[in-house]
Design a protein around this ligand. Sequence first.
Ligand code: DX5
Ligand code: ZN
Length: 218
Amino acid sequence: REMPQICPSILSADFARLAEEAEAVRGADWLHVDVMDNHFVPNLTLGLPIVESLTKATDIPLDCHLMIENPDRWAPQYAEAGAGSVTFHVEAAAAPVRLARDLRALGARASMALRPATPIEPYEDLLPELDMLLIMTVEPGFGGQAFLDIMLPKIRRTRQLIDKHGLELWLQVDGGVSASTIERCAEAGADVFVAGSAVYGADDPAAAVAALRAQAQE
Ligand code: DX5
Ligand code: ZN
C-alpha cells in the first residue's frame, strides 16, 4: 500500500445517499464508517445492517471505527460483514489481545483506538498484535470538532515506538483533520488520515481527498 492514506468519514455524508456519497470520494483508500452506540459516546449512528449493505454498494474497502461498548462481542461481526479494517476502542475492550487475534483470524485488519486521555505507553507490548493504531485527535462522538493539537506529542511518541520495534502497523489520526492540520499530523508521524467535514463539506469531495493526500506527502 502506498502511504499516506486518506479515509473520508461518512459521518459527514448524507446517510440517505450512502452509495452515491461513497462514489463521490473516488480515489480514497478507505471509507471510514463511524459506529456509535450512545453508550461509549453520546451519539448514535449506524450498525451492522448498513455496513453489510455498504460493502455491496462500493468497491472502496470499509474502515469501521467502533465507538461502542463490548467490542469483544460486536467487532468480529463487522469483520464477518466484510469490513476490511475493524477498529475497537481499548477503553471498552475486555480482552484487546484476544479481540485483535479474532479480527485477524476473520481476515480483517485489526486496529485499536485511543481516546485523547488514554496514553500509548501501557500498550507498547500489544503493538505487534495490531495492523493499525488510531489516535483520536478529538473526543469521539461528533464530526466537525476542533483538532486537539495537544495530541501531537502522543502521535510522535507512538511513531517512535513503532519504529523502535520495526513494526509495519499504520498510525491513523481521526478528528479535526483538515487542510490546516494534516501537515502537522504527518510531520508527527501519522500516515493514515480520517477526514469527515473536510471532505464532505467540500464542493468537490474527490478533489478534497486528493488535496489532503498531497499535503500529507509534503
Ligand atoms: C468522531 C469520528 C470521526 C469524525 C471526524 O468521533 O470518529 O471519524 O467523523 O469528523 P471530522 O473530520 O469532521 O472531525
Ligand atoms: Zn472515526
